[in-house]
Design a protein around this ligand. Structure first.
Ligand code: AMP
Length: 145
């Protein structure tokens, strides 16, 4: 079987992020592959009428991006990949994860089967969307109660 060369792990900073990260790190090491990290700061609706300016929301996005930058660096360090490439994007997680994967020639995306939205559905919406949109393989790490 062909080895993976570049693995991208999607991190939502839920309680399961370490489990998902560990699986991705283990896989990347086993395959001799590079490992990259991505977190997507989700959209805040911006389509307000022109006369309403809500600067706090813009600052909010900046704050979330900055916050995520530190947390992603911390996670990469804990997993033994301190110099791994990292992407913090703003928008729809499934679209941004698959867009970056395509641009960076990722051949495996690792997501958790579930994330911050709990275990309600069979497969979380982001995991489902990534599987749907990705042009490469996707590993959904099973998250249990
Ligand atoms: P969900 O489908 O939202 O329950 O999340 C399933 C998995 O998708 C999580 O375990 C993460 O691996 C990934 N994911 C969800 N939201 C994000 C996000 N905002 N940024 C990066 N990865 C995410």
């Amino acid at each position: 079987m062909q080895q993976y060369r570049f693995v991208l792990v999607a991190v939502d900073f839920s309680a399961h992020s370490m489990t998902v990260g560990q699986r991705a790190a283990q896989l990347a090491r086993g395959q001799g592959a590079r490992l990259g990290f991505i977190h997507v700061v989700e959209h805040i609706p911006m389509d307000f009428p022109n006369d309403i300016v809500i600067p706090e929301q813009l600052d909010g996005v900046e704050f979330l991006v900055e916050h995520a930058t530190g947390r992603l660096q911390e996670l990469a360090q804990k997993l033994g990949f301190p110099d791994a490439p990292r992407w913090i994007e703003v928008g729809s997680p499934k679209r941004e994860i698959t867009r970056v994967a395509e641009e960076q020639n990722i051949d495996l995306i690792v997501v958790g089967s579930h994330g911050r939205h709990g275990l309600g559905a069979l497969l979380g919406a982001t995991a489902n969307g990534v599987i749907h949109y990705a042009h490469c393989d996707v590993l959904a790490v099973r998250i249990k109660e």
